[in-house]
Ligand binder design. Sequence first.
Ligand code: FAD
Ligand code: SIN
Length: 556
Amino acid sequence: MESQLEFDVLVIGSGAAGMRLALGCAPTARVALLSKGTFEDSSTFHAQGGIAAVLDEHDSVESHIKDTLEAGAGLCNPGVVRFIVERGRQAIQELIAAGVDFSRETGPDGKPFYHLTREGGHSHRRVIHAADATGKAVATTLSQRVAGQPNITMFNHQVAIDLIRQKVEGRRVGRCLGAYVLDKASGHVRAFLARVVVLATGGCSKAYLYTSNPDVVTGDGMAMAWRAGCRVADLEFTQFHPTCLFHPQAKSFLITEAVRGEGGRLLLPDGTRFMPNFHAKAELAPRDIVARAIDHEMKRLGLDCVYLDISHQPAEFIKGHFPTVYKRCKEYGFDMTKQPLPVVPSAHFTCGGVLTDLQGRTDIEGLYAVGEVACTGLHGANRIASNSLLECLVIGRSASAHILEAQAQAPAPAPARPWDETGITDSDEEVVVAHNWEELRRFMWDYVGIVRTTKRLERAQHRVELLAREMDQYYRSFKVNGDLLELRNLIVVAGLIIASAMGRRESRGLHYTLDFPQPDGSQTPRDTILVPPNFSGVSAADLRLWGEQARAGCTA
Ligand code: FAD
Ligand code: SIN
């Protein structure tokens, strides 16, 4: 196996963002597309509800923007919201042209039309979907397109470990040249070199004990970017999805918000509906409000779960709209056409991430970040439902347009130092990784969850510091493997989440603390931006979208 491979563009992550970006680059660049598993091991593949876009003649871009800003609780970047929302229709048209079979119905005139569902926070039906398995339809189509592109080489079962940077005299962080990558099958570490490197590694919800996310979502890209010298933003805003199936074997299987969009009601065990007590939009309030209301009721009454009931709708309607959810629930012994489903919230989405502009540029020259790993400013303090896949597609496209130009002018990467394993042995203490993994995810759930306090955050901070010290020693001593690398990254992102949460001395959007239960009205809402010790403050930082200039110059 070669120890170095060279491409024009290295894309780490094959979810919607990575695949869309790779397809945009493929016409003129040689692309390596890496994935920890296959394209099926991604949040994208598991997405259920759909993609928000203005497709109905009675809907408007202004309304989609307004709903997004409202959910974001004062922290969305309005220019970014507009940029992405305005390109929604185009993104959907591209998917349809590529072959995604979105759900259709037939109108009274006998003509078929795309069915749009409703989700929390949206004031119109604007979520296009492929039944309740939208992610599978999108990912499968994109992966087929990728497979048909001779310029894209897929590398499955690879774990990127760290980014490779050029050493530059007088600067602490030089251009990004590639990444060291573990081949899971052989255990070898190779250097993937490229003119441009893209992080498309998704979020970090695996930092929590209960999550709707697949196992690969361990914050690797955020941790790699931070170690390499990139700033991160708004990581205190972890979104908890209100309704995951409560069953010991279900691994927090998601019950799509579209169930509530199509009339599902949240009930206490005695059948009382409680959401109208919390928000005028009841079950369709923004997600932070619904998750917090459930948490409140569970704690108040000492419940293990609440219930989601759509059994008043006709059975055929339920099976037709939610075939995947219906089937999975049946496997666990629940018939949603006849009975309410037991549900609990679980960690679902990372609103913050690596600070980028609308073309995915980060603080490091030659390094881009797209999709859930990034913080563009779209989601603010709370993502509105189904805006995430939209962001992956729109920014995947605009970044690829920029990269095509940038990579043509970028220098060919210099050879990298080979991966150094001097003094490293095989671990004889795998139990340390398993134990620390469990400990981290549990204290994140208990202390950094839906409702926070300063004391709990301090406890979590203390523990994460201990784990970081232990990991540092462990990482220097033992040969790397997938679990060790993921835990190393989770410890970094957990530390960043806690630091961000401690810095926000108010409650806003998804960040709710009993010590400061109200938004701070005394100042303009601000993003939490963490600066790594090796931040160089050069390159794209000056051009980023957080200044008007970059936005005006963005033409994709
Ligand atoms: P992902 O799709 O998560 O892909 C990440 C990729 O990075 C994977 O290929 C992974 O293997 C790879 N990777 C990670 N680390 C490494 C590494 N170190 N080395 C190599 N590869 C790596 N959003 C919506 O808009 N609508 C929905 O209906 C919706 N439903 C959802 C339902 C569920 C159950 C979940 C979990 C999420 C849902 N979301 C939804 C959110 C949305 O799916 C994600 O935000 C989005 O798919 C993220 O896409 P991505 O390309 O950024 O990352
Ligand atoms: C869902 O289907 O409820 C998930 C939608 C989303 O996370 O955007």
